[in-house]
Design a binder for this molecule. Structure first.
Ligand code: SAM
Length: 231
């Protein structure tokens, strides 16, 4: 993506999520609408599909206000570690408050652009992104970064939204407009296809009348990957 377009889109992300970060309860309310009332079920399923164990290290890309933290904290336990990464300072403030309220001391929050994520190559047991990749301007690079930070055998789980199919597709122009303006959502990205290209494997399941999908890719245990890890 050309640099100036990327910068312009990042400005939009900053503007849009500065609002939601200041009003996390409002964000939670719209979350219920976006997930058609099934936010808890779909979020917990996405975390379940990461196949985490107690003590694991997890990265959540575009973690926002921390809506997935309860499930991640439960999965990795007190001995595990969660790194929440997001571009919006205001969303991170909301995430920090959530962690403080719950005494989650093993969650660290970092600010930055996921496309430029340069932390801990091969260092994470799992990477999660829920409604994140579709909002990240340079999303293809961000997916590559997710691959890089995973250990061989680790899973990337992406849970994201799609436009309606079937008779409800008459609503799509409106949905596209609203979510682009208020959530920086770009429905034109083919996220599963890019995941498959990078990881060479994918499994996908659809939910909520196909308006949501959970895609899982595993970083291969190829000899090259193992070699990279040992150095
Ligand atoms: C719809 S919210 C999803 C938040 C959270 N994952 C959830 O499940 O509620 C999209 C998030 O993507 C973040 N985001 C957008 N572009 C980003 C980027 N380039 N790098 C990191 N985070 C980004 C936004 O700041 C926002 O918090």
């Amino acid at each position: 993506m050309p640099n100036n377009l990327n910068d312009k889109n990042l400005e939009k992300v900053k503007r849009v999520y500065s609002f939601w970060g200041k009003f996390p309860s409002l964000y939670n309310a719209q979350d219920a609408i976006t997930f058609l009332g099934k936010a808890k079920t779909i979020r917990s399923l996405a975390v379940e599909k990461m196949g985490l164990k107690k003590g694991d290290k997890v990265l959540e890309v575009a973690c926002g206000s921390g809506r997935n933290f309860p499930y991640l904290v439960e999965a990795v336990g007190k001995g595990g570690f969660i790194l929440g990464f997001d571009y919006s300072q205001e969303m991170l403030v909301a995430a920090k408050q959530l962690c403080e309220r719950n005494n989650w001391e093993n969650v660290k929050l970092v600010h930055g652009d996921a496309a430029r994520l340069e932390i801990n190559k091969n260092g994470f047991d799992g990477v999660l992104s829920v409604l994140g990749i579709s909002a990240i301007p340079d999303w293809e690079k961000a997916l590559q970064r997710c691959y890089d930070v995973l250990r061989p055998g680790g899973k990337l789980v992406v849970c994201d939204a799609r436009l309606f199919t079937g008779f409800l597709k008459i609503l799509n122009p409106l949905v596209r407009r609203i979510y682009s303006k208020f959530a920086a959502w770009d429905s034109s990205k083919n996220i599963p296809e890019k995941m498959k290209e990078i990881f060479r494997n994918i499994t996908i399941k659809n939910y909520n009348m196909e308006t949501f999908f959970i895609a899982v890719s595993t970083k291969s245990l190829s000899p090259n990957a193992l070699l990279e890890r040992s150095f």
